[in-house]
Design a protein around this ligand. Structure first.
Ligand code: PLP
Length: 405
């Protein structure tokens, strides 16, 4: 009899469903005539290969065996110090190097936060829609998610206030509020300064922890946009801020960081120790060398040009080809436009196969980004990977799909 090891899985491991996006990408990859606006990966043609090649050589030469040795769980101090300085210069908040934890990408930061704070049944508040792998990891640790809708100015904080009041009347305190204030994934929206202030005030009033996920604000297409982090607005130490090199340099480096409130840094460090001892030492030195050369700032300036052109191609095509009952976000950064097709009965999940087979175009149905399972009339459209002319053709095809179904 074959062993039935699947019986040994924890309920949480059993409950994980394969990511809709990954499954989709697998199907689409085999179909060369399909335009994909589904995957949200950076355009690899703009990875800074030459600079990284030189940096990697210099790292091995200068740091030698140190760069290949085990290192401190929260990251090598040579990196954490200049990173604290970089965060002050670019984001406007001061953080002590001892309160920085280098993570294996932001995704590990999210997992770390899940492990450290969530017990089964805890309430976590997110935007709706929100980043799929954050919703997934919070659920994995047993969180019950409450989603607060967004509009063009990000999370509708007045609805959050209503929700907080309701929870308080029931004697429930959420564990934390998770937000992506700039160029949200998947929403493509950015919180206004007023909304951010209001959110920080509510956190203070209800004595809540905020988790701020900020992968996209390092290259924003429109320089007039306010990208001040919640962490900079908050004066009470209630924001865990996290970011990553994935969108600024390359995701394969798997390096991110958390700027923790002082009282939590040691706990996060201890929990991370069991996950991987530390994030790759070599890649931490690569980031250090990149910071020394100001490569992040220089490369971000290049990326702004590249992704702005793609964003413009998508928005102008939407204006041309989508009917006026479609609401869509106008992203100031990031990789995504989110659309709600406000036509009774429109179901983006059910239409996905028709889109691929008949219209030769792919998007990600928006439903799974909504914690309450709504949003069947929504879709995420990514402009990060295809060239502008392909984006235009893809949107034209989706426009036909919307009008004809
Ligand atoms: C909002 C958000 N958070 C976190 C991540 C994960 O990034 P990383 O590659 O740093 O793990 C992503 C990646 O798409 C993201 O969009």
């Amino acid at each position: 009899m074959s062993p039935r090891f699947t019986d040994l899985l924890t309920p949480a491991a059993k409950s994980i469903k394969a990511s809709e996006i990954r499954e989709l990408l697998r199907i689409i990859r085999a179909k060369k005539d399909v335009i994909s606006l589904a995957g949200g990966i950076p355009d690899p043609r703009y990875f800074p290969l030459d600079e990284l090649e030189d940096i990697m050589r210099v790292v091995i030469k200068n740091y030698g065996a140190y760069s290949l040795q085990y290192s401190e769980t929260k990251g090598v101090i040579e990196l954490r110090e200049p990173l604290a300085k970089y965060l002050y210069e670019t984001k406007g908040f001061r953080v002590d190097a001892e309160e920085i934890i280098i993570t294996s990408g932001s995704q590990q930061g999210l997992d770390l936060i899940g492990r450290t704070f969530i017990s089964p049944g805890d309430i976590v508040i997110t935007e709706s829609p929100s980043y799929l792998a954050a919703l997934g990891v919070f659920r994995f640790y047993g969180a019950k998610l409450i989603g607060i809708p967004i509009d063009e100015n990000g999370m509708k904080v007045e609805l959050l206030e209503e929700q907080l009041r309701k929870l308080r009347s029931e004697g429930v305190k959420p564990k934390f509020i998770y937000v992506i204030p700039v160029a949200q994934n998947p929403g493509g929206t950015t919180m206004s300064r007023d909304r951010k202030r209001y959110l920080v005030e509510l956190a203070s009033q209800y004595d809540l922890l905020l988790v701020e996920d900020d992968p996209y604000s390092y290259f924003v297409f429109d320089p007039t946009v306010d990208t001040t982090p919640l962490r900079t607005i908050d004066k009470e130490g209630r924001v865990i801020y996290m970011s990553t090199v994935s969108k600024i340099l390359a995701p394969g480096l798997r390096i991110g960081w958390i700027a923790s409130p002082p009282e939590l840094a040691r706990r996060l460090e201890l929990v991370k120790q069991y996950m991987d001892l530390h994030s790759p030492t070599l890649n931490q030195y690569i980031l250090l060398e990149a910071l020394k050369r100001e490569l992040l700032k220089k490369h971000a300036t290049r990326l702004v040009e590249v992704y702005r052109e793609k964003r413009d191609a998508m928005i102008s095509a939407i204006e041309e080809y989508f009917p006026d009952y479609v609401w869509y976000s106008r992203p100031v950064g990031g990789f995504f436009v989110f659309a709600y097709i406000n036509k009774p009965g429109f179901n983006a999940t059910k239409l996905m196969h028709t889109a691929i087979e008949k219209y030769k175009v792919a998007y990600v149905p928006g439903q799974s980004f909504h914690p309450d399972g709504r949003g069947e009339n929504s879709m995420r459209l990514s402009f990060s990977y295809p060239p502008p002319e392909t984006i235009r053709e893809g949107i034209k095809r989706i426009g036909r799909l919307i009008k004809e179904n």
